[in-house]
Design a protein around this ligand. Structure first.
Ligand SMILES: [Zn+2]
Length: 61
């Protein structure tokens, strides 16, 4: 993977010293998210607008 975002939750910006982080791959870029915010990615991805490119176009499944 060519691009890698900072190793911190895209939502709350905590790093892996504070919370466990799960890596995401999106548009060839690696992102990280903590377990607390995975439900937002799943259910309310539009809340990630400005944090993930194009998040406002994602639709909750
Ligand atoms: Zn988080």
């Amino acid at each position: 993977m060519e691009n890698q975002h900072n190793k911190e939750c895209v939502f709350c910006k905590r790093d892996d010293q504070q919370v466990p982080l799960v890596q995401l791959s999106y548009q060839s870029t690696a992102y990280w998210i903590c377990p607390q915010h995975i439900p937002i990615l799943i259910h309310e991805p539009s809340k990630l607008q400005g944090m993930l490119p194009g998040a406002e176009k994602m639709q909750a499944g």
